[in-house]
Design a protein around this ligand. Structure first.
Ligand code: PBG
Length: 325
């Protein structure tokens, strides 16, 4: 059967028809909102390269959490900006650290809202690297213990999910063992399994003050040209005990998401990162694109490529639009 009997436009005629046959939907329940928590009280400092996103003190982060819950978002992912940084990133695993404190406060104010914590050292080290430095290199094995300690301290503070983003080899296994030894057998791990060495993280590094003082992250994050290697990363993280996996960034890596979706039957997340947000926000500011429509189209594309969950700075804004219908 072909034209003229077949006309695909028949089912595109009205919004009712289009909605009926829509294959992919985005709902507030799919979206996770990232927050950057900093020391102080009543601090709400806008991030220059991410208009509409803020560094927030714990009290302000709690207010955001309550708003996120009211909008129907399932959870937050927390990043910490510690009061001081040192060579071993001790703020990352301090039981009284900034993320631990924020986690306790948010879980108290909004117990049903999921708190996911980013597990990495780069926001806490004075050199800005994701692990400990030995000579000129980021030492893999000595970093594992510190990452595992961070994850355990987050879980003890009440984190519902811990999310290692450091890309050290063996971190998922080290974190799983440490959680289990601490009797935290029910804390799931969302691993940033395929995290690329991407220039799209630029604005995040301003937000988290985590730009490396020397060198870059190419010795541990993935090369943008590789996709077979991403499948190996995912397979290894699952073997080591990851409960969910994440691909990052999102839009420039939709093929990676799709390949992982096809191969693995596990919950899959995508991180729509800071540079993706910044590009869209900047173009919309100049009225070069329609912010709302490009935002929803981007989130739909990420879901269509296979993501169950999307971490995005647009979470609150998208939820507001979607609820209006
Ligand atoms: C590392 C981390 C980064 C992001 C999330 N976790 C930065 C990096 O690897 O340099 C980037 C997120 C974004 O760009 O929105 N803790």
């Amino acid at each position: 059967m072909a034209f003229p009997a077949e006309r695909l436009r028949r089912l595109r005629r009205t919004e009712g028809l289009r909605a009926l046959i829509r294959e992919t939907r985005v709902e507030p329940g799919d979206l996770i909102y990232p927050l950057f928590v900093c020391p102080g009280r009543k601090v709400r400092k806008e991030i220059g390269s991410m208009p509409g996103q803020f560094n927030l003190s714990v009290d302000e982060a709690v207010a955001e959490a309550e708003e996120a819950r009211a909008l129907g978002l399932p959870g937050l992912i927390l990043f910490g900006i510690p009061p001081k940084k040192d060579a071993r990133g001790s703020g990352a695993y301090d039981p009284a650290g900034i993320v631990q404190e924020a986690t306790r406060a948010i879980k108290k104010a909004a117990p049903e809202l999921l708190v996911i914590t980013d597990v990495c050292l780069c926001e806490y080290t004075d050199h800005g690297h994701c692990g400990v430095i030995e000579g000129e290199t980021i030492a893999n094995d000595p970093s594992l213990e510190l990452l595992a300690r961070s994850a355990v301290s987050h879980a003890r503070a009440g984190a519902d999910i811990v999310a290692p983003s450091d890309m050290m080899d063996g971190r998922v296994g080290a974190i799983r063992r440490a959680l289990d030894e601490a009797k935290l057998t029910d804390t799931p791990i969302l691993s940033y399994a395929a995290k690329y060495a991407s220039a799209f993280y630029g604005p995040f590094r301003e937000a988290a003050q985590s730009t490396p003082r020397f060198g870059d992250r190419r010795s541990h994050q993935m090369d943008p040209g590789n996709v077979r290697e991403a499948l190996r990363e995912v397979a290894l993280d699952l073997e080591e005990g990851a409960d969910m996996v994440m691909i990052k960034p999102a839009l420039p890596y939709l093929d990676v998401l799709w390949r992982v979706r096809e191969r693995f039957d596990v919950p899959l997340a995508a991180y729509h990162v800071s540079g993706e947000y910044a590009m869209l926000a900047a173009a919309a500011e100049r009225s070069w694109i329609d912010r709302d429509r490009v935002m929803l189209e981007s989130l739909t594309a990420i879901r269509r490529a296979g993501a169950d969950v999307v971490v995005t700075y647009f979470a609150k804004e998208a939820a507001r639009l979607l609820r209006r219908g």
